[in-house]
Write a protein that binds this ligand. Sequence first.
Ligand code: NAP
Ligand code: F7E
Length: 327
Amino acid sequence: MTKRALVSGATGQDGSFLMELLLKKGYDVYGLVRRLSTPNLNNITDIADQVHLLDGDLMDQSSLDAAVELAKPDEVYNLAAQSFVGTSFVQPVLTGEITGLGVVLLLEAVRHHAPEARFYQASSSEMFGKVDREPQDETTPMHPRSPYGVAKVYAYWACINYREAYRMFISNGILFNHEAPLRRGMEFVTRKVAVGVARIAAGKATTISLGNLDAKRDWGYAGDYVDLMYRILQHPEPDDFVGATGEAHSVREFVEEAFRVAGIPAWEKHVTVDEKNIRPSEVYNLRGDASKARRLLGWQSQVRFKELVKLMVEAELARVGLGKSKA
Ligand code: NAP
Ligand code: F7E
């Protein structure tokens, strides 16, 4: 029988890749989309007519109940969130409501209307925050450093509590940063750098304004990570898994490589460091150990750092009319 999946955060970077993957696997796909004054379907224009888009908001219980009742899902992927760490310092309550409490609203909808469904929660390496060991894995203690990280810790434990209390099939994917050409939100550092470099190459700008260049992240490719989400829900038992490349690079390294790809010399002349981009509390260094996912799910991140930078920069160069992109 055709399997049915409900994906929240359908318009986001990961939601778009995941729905493409589920369609390829023959699923009947339902995407939850919140009402905006101007629809934001750019990431899913190619598949919009192949999926069922349902109105719903993580802040509105009745819309979630209705969506779950209608979709009758075998699998629910909760990817919706206020996902930008920077904004979480400016809108901490909203972030707590959507990224934290909103998950419980969706869990309640599933508990009442599709209790047998398998549930994936988009947990984050930001939960580790101020780390006391390297690399980080499923056993690493959590010390979140932002309202976003705090909200994700709440959601993570809510999921584990529902798993234990109601014996529901609920799994957390604790994913490290993953990016993609054109679909990554504009405010995230990788996209900001790729766009900025292309604008400089096209003569439309001279500088990029950044923050902490020393922060290190374990950056992978979003297409690889939605495959991990899928594998997590196919595992016989509900469980929690880290997804990561195992390599860390600094923001400075990302910038250097991006300018190199675009063929622009002396990147330092084009980058300013501005206070407004520095966070009140920072996560300085993240590097993940995904050996559990490799061992139990056969998953491994494929796209390496330099390839990711190249993909993202070349896509933006193509957008400003320079060069060719395969994105
Ligand atoms: P994203 O591009 O920011 O997408 C977030 C999605 O959530 C968007 O579709 C957004 O809708 C939706 N959303 C926001 N508020 C909502 C609400 N109140 N009700 C319903 N939908 C709402 O994020 P992403 O990079 O794809 O990440 C997917 C998930 O993984 C998020 O939960 C994120 O926190 C988590 N995560 C991401 C990473 C990463 O590196 N990408 C790593 C670990 C965990 P609009 O389009 O209408 O704004
Ligand atoms: O920052 C530094 C910044 O905003 C990365 C989300 O997907 O991954 C993402 O969260 C680093 C930080 O991503 C700028 O201070 C320097 O150290 O791209 P980011 P993030 O905060 O790591 C996790 C896993 C998630 O779960 C989140 O949803 O880059 N940085 N200068 C800057 N960051 C930004 N955004 N802008 C700058 O100008």
